[in-house]
Every structure is written in structure tokens, then in C-alpha cells.
Write a protein that binds this ligand. Sequence first.
Ligand code: SAH
Ligand code: SF4
Length: 368
Amino acid sequence: MKNVKGMIKDILTKENLSKEDIVFLLNSTGEDSIALFKKSAEIREKYVGNKVYLRGLIEFSNICSKNCLYCGIRKDNKKVKRYNISDEEIIDAARFAYENNYGSLVLQSGELQGNAFTKRVETLLKKIKKISDNKLGITLSCGEQTEEVFQKWFEAGAHRYLLRIEASNKELYKKLHPDNGLHNWDERYESLNILKKTGYQTGTGVMIGLPFQTVEHLAEDLLFMQESDIDMFGMGPYIEHEETPLYQYKEKLLSLEKRFELTMKMIAVLRLMMKDVNIAATTALQAIDKKGREKIIKLGANVLMPNITPGKYRDDYALYQNKPITDEKAEDYKNFIEAGIKTAGCTIGYGEWGDSLHFLNRKKLDNV
Ligand code: SAH
Ligand code: SF4
């Protein structure tokens, strides 16, 4: 049998990783992990270059009709002060992103259905396109919707959509969501397919370090992502929230540091498996390690989502606890991310959409 050093070398040169290989990489420590991170950084550089693209994140409403058992703004959490940012304030934040050359925005909210919500988002999209001379790229992250709604928003100017599958394993998904007909894995998966069909650059992802989740589940998540041919990914550590049902399992969780390390390895392995996709360094990383996002960029992520939600609403969009509340609009914050990205050996793609190469390649294949 090969020594461990030999094994990591072999795995890192493979074109296709098996579930066993992935589990090996996710369990790696010390020098093996360093070799993994070195390899994923090389692949990022070779296939997507060293630019990091910005998407200014606006969390425009925390009103949600769902009850995901892990989420701090779930419908049944009566302690949350609900808000809906006015259109003017959203447009101001969009203007800030445009004037500061962010290139793109993400509009995120709790999940609501119905005409009023559909119309509101549609109007906002059109307004943002107008004030930015059609130049700001817009990603939406407003949960599951019907094909008709996805289509309407696409026509109004959104061209990317983020909808995490949360857990690719159906049994695990069931343990994380109430069994009330509103939280259905197959329907969520179907939404991802509709988004792709509608023409969106489609993003998904999972939480890492959830109760009941094993390394095998995470390896299956990565294989699921590869198989579903998705364009962009946002994965981050699960962070418990006291006012949620899943909090009762907090003693069973890995330490925050271990969840962070596991996230680093998940992102590195994903970069090995899907070389041309966009991968975001998510906000939850920052809650564990101040330099979290920079570390993740160094090893292969190429998208950063600075939070530009107006300061007075920040505390109330608490999906998880210890969410960083830095005013990421401030000038010194800009210097801070620029310095971090430079340390990671990357530069910021100011004013660029930074579309997923995977999406562009997928479209080319569709047209053959
Ligand atoms: N309502 C939309 C978008 C907002 S929630 C939706 O659910 O798709 C955005 C993401 O926050 C979710 O997909 C989930 O992965 C993440 N999230 C929620 N609670 C979290 C927690 N406790 N720890 C880490 N991430 C969490
Ligand atoms: Fe609502 Fe999204 Fe939170 Fe679920 S994860 S409760 S859909 S905001």
C-alpha cells in the first residue's frame, strides 16, 4: 500500500475523483491539506484567472413564508423585527454599487410568493437596470418560484439566480426542514432545472457542518454539484442560531474552526472537480474568521459579495448568529478587501460582470 504522501499525489493528478477520493481529501490534514490548497489555487489561476468579481449584496427583506429549521429569520421566529427596505433605499444602494464599479448586485430576501412580491421585484430590477445604464449585472436570491415568475424576472433584467439545495441527500434535507409540504427537496431541485432552462446562470450550494451531516454526505454534495452541471456555487459553514429548532443539537456540532477548515477543503475539492465555475467566498466564513473570505479566495474562490444593505437593517437579517455587521460600504472596508485580495495573489475585476465561464461554455455546447 502507498504511503499517505503517495496517495494524495495520486488523487490530485486524477481527472475524475471518486467518492472515496473526495472523502480522503475532505479528511486530509497538515501537509496533505496544504497540497490540496496549492493544487486548487493552481487550477483557479489556470482556468478562471486571478480576478475576483464583486457583487454588492442587498438583503432587501427578512419577511419569509418558510420555516427552515436552521434559519434565524424563519417564519415562526417571533423575535425577529421584520423589515422591507424601501425601493428608494434599495436604489440608493444599487447606485452606490454602480458608482463604485462593483459590476454586479445580489438582491436577496426571505421567500415570498404572490403577485405583490413578483411585481415588486420586477419593478426593482427594471429601475436598477435603468439607473445603471444597463451596466449592473443582477443576481437574485429570493427562493423557489414558479416558472412564470422566474421568466418575468429574467425578462426584467436578472441574469443569475442563487438557490442552494442546502443538502443533496434527501434524508438529510428532511431532517433540516419541517414536513409541511412547503419544504420539498424534489421541488427545490426542479426549481434549479427551471432556472437553467429559463437562461439564468444558476447557482447552488450547501451548508457545511450541519447536525446529522457526515463527510460522506459532503462528498455526495460535491458529486451532485458536478452532475447537475451548475454554473456558480456558494457554500458556507452552518452557524447555529439560538432561536431555531436545530439549536438543540449544538453539542453535536464540530467546532467553528473545524467547520471552517472543512469549508476550505470543500471549496478546494470543488475547484478540482469543476474548474471553470464561479465560486463565492460567503459571508458566513467571515463570522468565524476575520480573514475567512480572503483565505477562501486564495485557494480557489473568485467571487466576493460585500454587504451593502443599509446599516440600520443589518442586525435584523440574522440567518445565523455572530453575523459580521461591518459596514462594508465604508471606504476603509474597501481598502481592507483590496488588501486582502492582493495578499491572496488576486486582483479585483472592477466594473466587470465576471460571468461564469462554465455558463458560457455550457451555452456554446447548447448551440452546436
Ligand atoms: N430565502 C432564500 C434566500 C435567503 S437564505 C433561500 O432560502 O433560498 C440564504 C441562505 O442562507 C440559505 O440558502 C442558507 O443556505 C443560508 N443559511 C440560512 N441559515 C443559515 C445558518 N444558520 N447558517 C449558515 N447559513 C445559513
Ligand atoms: Fe426563509 Fe431562506 Fe431562511 Fe428558509 S433559508 S427560512 S427560505 S430565508
